[in-house]
Structure formats: C-alpha cells, structure tokens
Design a protein around this ligand. Structure first.
Ligand code: NAP
Length: 537
C-alpha cells in the first residue's frame, strides 16, 4: 500500500549541482513532485563553490554536460575545450532556465538534519532555520568531492591575513601584488598556480607529495569542431556510457606495451602526449593501469616529459613523483603548472621530507627550516570525498541510526546508491560508486534511482528497504577489486580516494574500481531484475 501520509513533495534532493538538475529532470519526467535544497547562493554545486583563479573542468566540454535533452546539446555552444568555472556555471544556468527548473530549487537553505519517520514511512528534512519539509523519497545529490578538508595545523586561526580553503575563495579578493602561500599541490593547485602567479608578487607552494601530471592542451572551440561534435552526440553519449571512466575515449585500443617493441612504445607515447587530456592513458595502450611494468614505462615517460619544462634541477627533483605508480592517484591536467616554477616569483617548498610544516603563524607558515611570510594563505588541501557531504548533516535512518555512525569503520553502500537501515534514501554517486566523468555517472545513477521510485509508485509500494546482505556483498566485491588495482600498492598511494586525507578516520575503500561501464551495466541489470538488492514493503 502506498503511504497515506501526506507529504510536501514526493522527492526531496539536497544539492543543486549537476545531480540536482538531473534529478529534477528525471523525477519530473516520472510525474513526481520534487524539491531541491542547497545552502549555496546559486545553483552549480562544484561550479558555484570552486571560484579559485584557473578553476576549470578536466573533462572535455562536449562530454562534461547533461545529455537528457538532445535539443539543449544542440543549442549550447562551448568556447573552449576545458571550460572555466564561469562558463560551466553559465551552462548550468542555461539548463535550469531552458528546462524551467527554478521553481523546484530553493537556495540559501542549509539542511542540518534528515530523519526517517518509521511510523509514517516518510523523511522529515530540517533546515538550519528550523523549517521542515517532508517527502517519501530522499535523495542525496550533494556531490562526491564537495566537503572541504581543513587540516588541523598547529596555529590555525593565528594568521592575520585571509586564510581560506580553495573551495571558499573570497569573492573579489584582490591578490595582485600580494605574497601568497598555497598548502597542497593537487588538481586544484595545478590549475590555480599558473593563474595567480601572473599578478601576485610572490607565490609559494607547500607540497607534501609530487603528482604525475599530464598536459591538458587547452584550445578554442572552432565552428568546424563544434559542428562535428553536434553531429555525433548519439555516438559521444554511447561512448561515455561504455567507457571504463565514463569518458569519450576510444578504448580499448587493442594493443599493449607488453606486446609492443620498446622503440614503437616510445613513438606511440610521444605521438599521443601533445594531444592532451586523459587520452594519453586511455588511447595509447590497454595495459597501462593493469601491468606493473607497462605502468612503470608509461610513468617514466610522463615524468620525463613533465620535468623537461622545469629549469631548476632541484625543483625538478621535488616535482618528481616517487614511491607510487602512475594513475594510482588522480593525475591532474596541466595548464602551464610546470612552467610557472620557472618564474622568479614562484617557489616550491617540500613539506613531505625536506622541511615539514610546523605551524601557521601570525605572519605566515613555519616549517622545520624557515619562516615564510604571506599576505594570503590558501588551503588547497582537498575534500572528504564521497562521504563528507552526507556526514556533514545528521541523517538518521531506522532506529535513529546516524549515517555517519554507520560509516565509522566502513563507508558501505549498495552500488553507491542504497544504504541498509536507511529506507527510501538514495544517493547519487555515493561511496563505492565508481570515480568517473561525473555527468555520465550522475545521469546513470539518477535514472536508476528514478526507475526504482517509478516501480514503487506503479506497484503501490511504500518502502524500499536496502538489504544488509546485498550491502555486505557490494562492500566485499568493491574491496576485492580494489586489492587487484594500483591503488592497493603501498602506503604512498593513499589519497582522498581512500579517505586517507582525514585525521579522524582509517583509510577505506571508497571507490568501485571495476569500471564505470561495468557498473552502469550492473545498474541496468538491477532494474531489469526488479531491484533484488532491496526489499519492498
Ligand atoms: P587533493 O588532490 O586532495 O590535494 C590536496 C593537497 O593538499 C595534496 O597535495 C595533499 O598532499 C595536500 N594536503 C592535504 N592535507 C595536508 C596536510 N595536512 N599537510 C600537508 N599537505 C596536505 O585536492 P584537490 O587538489 O582539491 O583535488 C581533489 C580532487 O578534486 C581532484 O583529484 C579532482 O578529482 C577534483 N578536482 C577536479 C578539478 C578538475 O576537474 N578540473 C579541479 C580541482 C579538483 P598529499 O598528496 O600528500 O596528501
């Protein structure tokens, strides 16, 4: 029997980024009433929070977008291969405008708790101002990499100038002529450094671990290229849907480093390097990520190519990734990051081994060797990926269990969507979903969630009860696959992908590494067999 309890909305989602927009589309298409809450002042998710100079997508524009409307894909025009934050945000406004989504969106609303009311079989969602809304289906659309991690450095709060996380860049901050210290050297810093170095008086990057970095090769969208893209959207969407990382690459290519003569390997790597993007990994050889020796050869090539741009041998040494395989951490794409270190106003400090960071002072940053004075400190220290957003609010399921308590030791789920003990809760790209081109994964997840809801609506089912044994199987399967990957090769591999950037948590398997395409197939199999991972009541 369907719930007789009156609710404010059929579905409530938190998060007005790509996932929230996709949810509005697919829920509305299914005839559901839907409300999206977001604490931000604008839609956009990642693209409204990450306003640091140089912020851009690392996926190419033509597949870093929502695909549910062929009309929208034809109407929108990108200006460059990797659009910057303002352009991505404009695109999301275009989607919301054209699809008349705004009436479903409530901004400036921080949700602080979500409680499952067992007697009524509904979710009660509470905002910071105490207002509540009820729904039958509660969807976390809060993003995979959205909750900033601010390390607890000694002296935090003492610095007199602006000190903020990279995802909270203050609007209108004038950094021209200023001395800037950046802690962290991940994908964010790789994008930010070249841009801020243009006008800052001085920029110092405090790096703990060096990265493998591949060239982005930014370029303008030409009319010919746009025409070709727009004529091939069905193929592009299909390629992403069937790609191991949800991206538009033609892989497998049908050759391996192991099976290719060494000179030919070098020729092919050399030929593909200037193309930019992740094509270097996906469209050269099929064994880069699976064969240790092939990975070593490709990794050495990457190191040689990236460091030949750096003049100072000491800086080259510091920028050399050591102790972990290529692609075991998410490699950033380079927009003149290495060249920035050739500028007189850019300095690199190794806080990994040479001079660990001791504390933040009133005037800057102290390492074991020296005091560095700054006007601005940027904490480009990453995010609590996959679980951070959900754990930032109090989500209570059956018996009042808190989701963050359930995830204390293992951040388990069923396919990144369901959690046992949390009826009618659905996550878009939750923990143990793949790490892939996000719009692709988001749409696949959202279609899956709405298919489950459609079944419940059609059959008069009130509750979707994820099964604990299905969760245990997915957790075990995800761990088993992880053990077979590069990510399981030693301590140095640990990154946000393992939740290893959190002081208060043991590293854990947060990502399904069995291939996004395989995962999307599993979602479809689940739909076709009536969602065997959950019980309905
Ligand atoms: P990140 O890759 O996690 O990098 C954080 C940096 O801060 C690392 O260098 C890390 O060092 C350092 N760090 C963290 N805690 C520290 C501590 N206590 N002491 C010293 N150093 C510390 O974060 P991110 O650069 O923001 O990127 C995160 C992810 O977001 C990316 O991998 C990517 O998926 C996504 N992203 C995407 C784009 C894009 O697509 N264009 C742009 C930005 C971010 P260790 O490496 O030693 O831990």
């Amino acid at each position: 029997m369907a719930s007789q309890t009156k609710v404010d909305y059929d579905a409530i989602g938190i998060g007005a980024g790509f996932a929230g927009l996709a949810l509005i589309h697919y829920a509305r298409e299914a005839g559901l009433s839907v409300r999206i809450f977001d604490k931000a002042t604008d839609i956009g998710g990642t693209w409204t929070w990450n306003r640091y100079p140089g912020a851009a997508s690392d996926s190419e524009c033509f597949y870093y977008c929502l695909t549910f409307s062929r009309e929208l894909l034809q109407e929108w025009s990108w200006s460059v291969r990797y659009p910057g934050q303002p352009e991505n945000l404009r695109y999301m406004h275009f989607v919301a405008d054209r699809c008349k989504m705004w009436p479903h969106i409530q901004l400036n609303t921080a949700i602080t708790r979500a409680d499952f009311d067992e007697a009524a079989g509904i979710w009660r969602i509470t905002a910071a101002d105490g207002s509540t809304s009820t729904c039958r289906y509660f969807v976390s659309a809060m993003g995979m990499i959205s909750e900033p991690v601010i390390p607890n450095f000694k002296g935090m709060g003492r610095f007199k100038g602006p000190c903020f996380h990279s995802a909270r860049w203050p609007e209108g901050l004038d950094y021209a002529g200023k001395r800037i210290g950046i802690i962290g050297s991940g994908a964010t810093t790789v994008q930010m450094l070249p841009e801020v170095a243009k006008t800052a008086a001085q920029v110092t990057v405090f790096q703990r671990t060096a990265n493998f970095i591949m060239p982005a090769v930014q370029k303008p969208m030409t009319p010919e290229w746009e025409k070709e893209i727009k004529a091939n959207y069905d193929k592009i969407i299909n390629t992403c849907r069937n790609h191991v990382f949800g991206m538009c690459f033609n892989s497998p290519v049908g050759r391996t480093i192991e099976g290719t003569p060494p000179e030919e390997v070098q020729r092919i790597l050399e030929e593909n390097w200037p193309r930019g993007s992740f094509s270097f990994v996906f469209e050269t050889f099929d064994d880069l990520l699976t064969n240790a020796e092939s990975n070593r050869i490709a990794g050495e090539f990457v190191i040689r190519k990236m460091l030949e741009k750096v003049k100072d041998p000491d800086v080259r040494d510091m920028l050399t990734p050591k102790g972990y395989p290529f692609f075991a951490k998410r490699p950033p794409l380079d927009h003149n990051f290495h060249e920035a270190f050739n500028r007189d106003n850019v300095k690199l400090v190794d806080i990994g081994e040479r001079e660990p960071l001791v504390e933040i002072t009133e005037t800057g940053i102290r390492t074991t060797k020296q005091d560095y004075d700054f006007d601005i400190i940027v904490l480009a220290t990453g995010f609590q990926a996959y679980t951070g957003a959900q754990e930032a609010l109090a989500i209570r399921g059956q018996n009042g269990q808190l989701l963050r308590d359930k995830w204390e030791d293992v951040s388990g789920s069923i396919m990144g969507v369901f959690v046992a003990g949390f009826p009618n809760l659905f996550m878009v790209t939750g923990p143990q979903a793949p790490f892939a081109n996000l719009p692709t994964s988001i749409e696949q997840n959202t279609m899956y969630i709405v298919d489950c809801i459609k079944k419940m609506e059609a059959e008069g089912l009130k509750l979707c009860l994820p099964k604990q044994d299905a969760e245990d199987s997915w957790v075990a399967h995800t761990a088993d696959i992880h053990r077979q990957t590069l990510m399981a090769q030693g301590d140095k591999v640990y990154s946000w992908m393992m939740g290893a950037n959190l002081n208060n948590r043991q590293p854990r398997v947060l990502i399904y590494f069995g291939g996004a395409n395989v995962y999307y197939d599993k979602l479809r199999e689940s739909v076709n067999s009536g969602f065997p991972e959950v019980a309905f009541a």
